[in-house]
Design a protein around this ligand. Structure first.
Ligand code: MG
Length: 258
């Protein structure tokens, strides 16, 4: 099931997206599916008539995983880490489909990173790998935009990974998905730049969620960005980066400088 968050004219709502590609409809659901379950109303909209928002604004955090693909670690001259390598992006970094990514004034080297993102469904801590499926609400696409210059010069990655608009998420959350072998693709201005698969991850989704939950209590709506495949490069104002994770959909965002 695909759960979207959207606006028609005023307040954000959640809905279920269904139908053939190009002819999808959104059925409005009551309340917040993270707490109320999915209760459909009789209200439906054509997908093209709604504006999709980030499918979740995490209440507490986005946890990023660094260097989870061997080729990507090597392309930036880094060793493969011996344990999952974690960082945080604040919830203020999250934007939705088609929202502009605003390049921060303190960086001249911002890079895209196409990623599979895990959305947590319930409060949890110290989750064993065999029980991870119980705490996952679903999956979405994400772009872990990174200011490479500041990443090298700052001692912490807070600015490099956490600036406003550095975490586009969407287009919706797919709740039924096996994450073990999904293609992850990214296009810069329509040109394929990243073409990986979750089966190339050093640590798979279950290992990651378990490891992250040992460091942080996870809350409903928290997001884990699971790492990017090789092919990262810089973006500039006027570009557009588009991400597709197999079985979920496409997330596209323009890049601007203000
Ligand atoms: Mg990343």
């Amino acid at each position: 099931m695909r759960i979207a968050r959207f606006v028609v004219d005023a307040d954000p709502m959640y809905g279920v997206v269904e139908g053939e590609p190009g002819r999808e409809e959104v059925t409005v659901i009551k309340g917040d599916p993270f707490f109320n379950g999915v209760e459909r109303t009789s209200i439906r909209h054509k997908l093209e008539d709604v504006r999709l928002l980030a499918p979740i604004i995490p209440r507490s955090k986005v946890v990023g995983i660094g260097r989870n693909f061997v080729e990507h670690a090597h392309e930036l001259g880094n060793e493969v880490p011996k344990k999952p390598f974690m960082f945080l992006k604040p919830n203020t970094s999250v934007v939705g489909p088609n929202d502009p990514v605003v390049l921060p004034e303190f960086s001249d080297e911002v890079s895209y990173e196409a990623e599979l993102c895990v959305v947590i469904g319930r409060i949890c801590k110290d989750v064993p790998e065999e029980r991870v499926d119980e705490v996952i609400f679903g999956y979405t696409c994400g772009n872990d935009l990174t200011a490479r210059d500041v990443q090298k010069t700052d001692q912490q990655w807070a600015r490099a990974k956490g600036f406003d608009t550095s975490a586009p998420l969407g287009p919706w959350i797919e709740t039924e998905l096996d994450p073990d072998a999904l293609s992850i693709k990214g296009w810069l201005n329509g040109e394929l730049r990243q073409n990986g698969n979750t089966n190339q991850m050093i640590w798979g989704v279950r290992e990651l969620v378990s490891a992250v939950s040992k460091a942080f209590t996870l809350l409903p709506g928290d997001v884990i960005m699971t790492g990017t495949p090789a092919g990262v490069d810089l973006v500039k104002a006027g570009d557009r980066y588009e991400i597709e994770v197999e079985g979920i959909g496409r997330l596209s965002n323009p890049i601007v400088r203000r």
